[in-house]
Write a protein that binds this ligand. Structure first.
Ligand code: NAD
Ligand code: ZN
Ligand code: ZN
Length: 377
């Protein structure tokens, strides 16, 4: 029996309250309206940004929500005016739209889109939400909310991908892999023969290591306070591993000594303002480029103007600088052509009802990425 045009009742992991475990509930997902696509989620992973919203962000008013934004699935049905997608297409939902028509989309200088983050994770997203549980609207986190069997997306925030792509692997391209890889390749613009440092070796940081290697960096110093990350970093191309906790001096001084004055490029993938400053100070004063990827909107960062005046550049990177649709389909192709690694990021697989175990694993630092298998392809 076709589900097109009807409300779908399905399972989702609902975050009712800040800091509390998620609850598997039956939810209702409305049929797609004009320009919308309803997607059956096949696989989704847990990213630190989900944990940030649940435990660190303090935006307690933005609940109840469905977390999850690193996912892949299959188009179930489309609304009027949608010609790019058809039921059965393999897709990855995006947290950065690409409408192809606005001033941002037409500029090669940015990956932002005037349509904003798909819906945004703010009060407006609540009003617009057509996903409900027990009569309450649920906010789709980052405009996606993929800890659910079905989601609704605007067509400008969906990337069509190669039908040969295994969805339980390429879901990671929806956030971590594109974010870290692109931060090195697109934002830092790492050069062949250069020296790099990556701070924080979760999936985002490991993807940044992979990006540095891809760009031809000669030396890649991986930095993490968790010693268990050392082996994994080598898999993606790190040449050295430094644990700041083992050092007597500040990490920036240690790196400066190791590299004759500082690295050419440093990439912060932790989300900690002190680490952001260390990353800046670790790159060479004359021409170093430091990129902020880690997420926080609670604290200010600090640096001395003189640290930039001599020639350092401090930049941020959202989704690795990739335009949503173009970047994701290109990264999926790169994976199928074996130019980038994806499987190596996955340390655990679980099912949607095991979401709280996955969150605890992620918090404990024992995992890189946990893929939740939500439905069959
Ligand atoms: N800019 C973007 O578009 C974007 C997209 C996705 C994720 N993010 C952010 O990127 C960050 C990383 O995400 P993730 O999913 O890889 O997280 P993760 O939790 O898996 O990894 C973070 C790593 O940082 C390490 N760490 C913690 N404190 C450290 C310190 N003081 N020095 C060095 N290492 C330290 C941890 O041990 C861990 O290995 C998060 O802040 C996330 O919100 C940003
Ligand atoms: Zn993410
Ligand atoms: Zn646009």
């Amino acid at each position: 029996m076709t589900t097109a045009g009807r409300v779908i009742k399905c399972k989702a992991a609902v975050a009712w309250e800040y800091g509390k475990p998620l609850v598997t509930e039956e939810i209702e997902v409305a049929p797609p309206e004009a320009d919308e696509v309803r997607i059956k989620i096949v696989a989704t992973a847990v990213c630190h940004t989900d944990l940030y919203h649940l435990f660190e962000g303090m935006e307690t008013e933005l609940f109840p929500t469905i977390l999850g934004h690193e996912a892949a699935g299959i188009v179930e049905s489309v609304g009027s005016g949608v010609t790019e997608f058809h039921p059965g297409d393999k897709v990855i939902p995006l947290f950065i739209n690409q409408c192809r028509e606005c001033r941002f989309c037409k500029s090669p200088k940015t990956n932002l889109c005037d349509k904003g983050e798909n819906g945004g994770h703010d009060e407006l997203a609540f009003e617009k939400s057509r996903v409900t549980c027990k009569g309450k609207k649920l906010m789709p986190f980052m405009g996606i909310g993929s800890f659910s069997e079905y989601i609704l997306m605007n067509q400008t925030a969906v990337a069509k991908i190669d039908p040969a792509a295994p969805l339980d692997k390429v879901c990671l391209i929806g956030c971590a892999i594109s974010t870290g890889f692109g931060a090195a390749v697109n934002t830092a613009k790492v050069e062949a023969g250069s020296t790099c440092a990556v701070f924080g070796l979760g999936a985002v940081g490991l993807a940044a290591v992979m990006g540095c290697k891809f760009a031809g960096a000669e030396r890649i110093i991986a930095v993490d306070t968790n010693p268990k990350k050392a082996e994994k970093a080598k898999v993606f191309g790190a040449t050295d591993f430094v644990n700041p906790k083992d050092q007597k001096k500040p990490i920036s001084e240690v790196l400066a000594e190791m590299t004759n004055g500082g690295v050419d490029y440093s990439i912060e993938c932790v989300g900690n303002v002190e680490v952001m400053r260390s990353a800046l100070e670790s790159c060479i004063a004359a021409w170093g480029v430091s990129v902020i990827v880690g997420w926080t909107d609670r604290e200010d960062f600090a640096a001395r103007p003189i640290q930039l005046i001599a020639g350092r550049t401090w930049k941020g990177s959202l989704f690795g600088g990739f335009k949503g649709k173009d970047g994701v389909s290109e990264m999926v192709r790169a994976y199928l052509q074996k130019k980038i690694k994806v499987d190596e990021f996955i340390t655990h697989t679980k099912t949607l009802p095991q979401i709280n175990e996955a969150i605890e694993l992620m918090k404990s630092g024992q995992s890189i990425r946990i893929v939740l298998n939500v439905s069959s392809e």
